[in-house]
Design a protein around this ligand. Sequence first.
Ligand code: SAM
Length: 219
Amino acid sequence: TDKAIWTRSDKYHNSFLIKPDDGLDKAVANSAAHGLDDIAVSPAQGKFLALIAKSINARRILEVGTLGGYSAIWFARALPDDGEVVTLELLEDHAKIARENLEAAGVSSKVKVIVGHATETLKDVPSDPKFDLAFIDADKENNLAYYNEAKRVVRSGGVIIVDNVGRRGRVADPSQTDESLEGVRALLAALKDDPEVEGTTIATVGEKGFDGFLYSVCK
Ligand code: SAM
C-alpha cells in the first residue's frame, strides 16, 4: 500500500539522519502503554520542527496540543539551556503522561505544561518576552482562534506552524465537510488577506500518512 511505501521511505531516511534518542523512544512507549492515540508528529517531522527552531535561534516556543509531549521533547532539545517550551493541553490525563515523558527525557525543567481549554489558557500565557515559534496541533476547529492568539504572542520574524492542514487532501475536497476540515478552511480564508503574516502549505507524506504543515512567518 501507499502507507507501507511511505513508512519504508521514512525509516530509510531516518536511519541516516535521525540518531536514536532514549527519551523520545520512552515517550512513544509510555504514551502507547497508557493508550494515547498514535497522533504525535513523526520522528522526521519532529526533527524538522526542531531544526526550524534552531534555525531561528528560538528561545521560547509555544505549543497548542501536548498529547504525550513527543513534539515538546523535540522542541526542548532544540533550545538553549535557558530556553522554554510552554505547551497547552486540554486533558489532565494527557498532561500527566506528558510530564512523565518530559521527566524521563531530561527536559522537564524546560517545558511548562498548562492544562485547560487552550482558547482560555492561551489568553494568560506570559508573552513577555514574546515567543519565537508557535506550533498549533490541537482541536482543528479552533485553528483560527489559536492562530490569532499565536500572532499576538509571537515576535516579528517568528514562525507559526499549524499541523494537519492537508488531511489526505480532504481539505480541498468541497464535497467533504466536518469540523476539522472547516477549521482548516477558516484559517486559510483568514490568511488570504492577512497582511501580518506570510505562509505556505507544505504537504507531508510518511509514516503518518498524507497531511501537511502550514508554515508562516510573522512580519
Ligand atoms: N503535538 C503533539 C505531538 O506531536 O506530540 C500531538 C498533539 S495531539 C495531535 C492533539 C492534542 O490536543 C491532544 O492531546 C488533545 O487532548 C489536545 N487538545 C484537544 N483539544 C484541546 C483544547 N481545546 N485545548 C488544548 N488542547 C486540546
